[in-house]
Design a protein around this ligand. Sequence first.
Ligand code: AMP
Ligand code: ZN
Length: 112
Amino acid sequence: MTDCIFCKIITGDIPSTKVYEDELMYVFNDINPKANVHLLVIPKQHIARLDHLEQSHQQLIAHMLLKLPELAKSQGLDNGFRTIINTGPGGGQEVDHLHIHLLGGKNLPGFH
Ligand code: AMP
Ligand code: ZN
């Protein structure tokens, strides 16, 4: 998976602004933020898309989802936040490494 840009971000081969990291996941600022807060939450394991998840990933995906409120609070989002997962070309996914967008704060856009 050496040509996956998010795998390279996890290893540090591509720089990123890290917000959080543990043994299962890595969180960083989106390079082209769509709102005042725009994080990308990714598994360290290379999983290309949401529809590539398997039963064996249950604990991993639960761990990522359960971490979101804490991440949002750490960014000052006390009043709620938005999460988006684009899947495949039909969903507008541009980077083929599963990622959860966590957005909030001023300038939060509508759906488009
Ligand atoms: P998606 O369209 O759901 O695949 O979203 C991919 C996201 O990755 C976009 O919001 C990009 O701005 C973001 N992105 C692409 N390259 C980088 C990078 N090197 N560092 C941080 N974010 C990136
Ligand atoms: Zn990857």
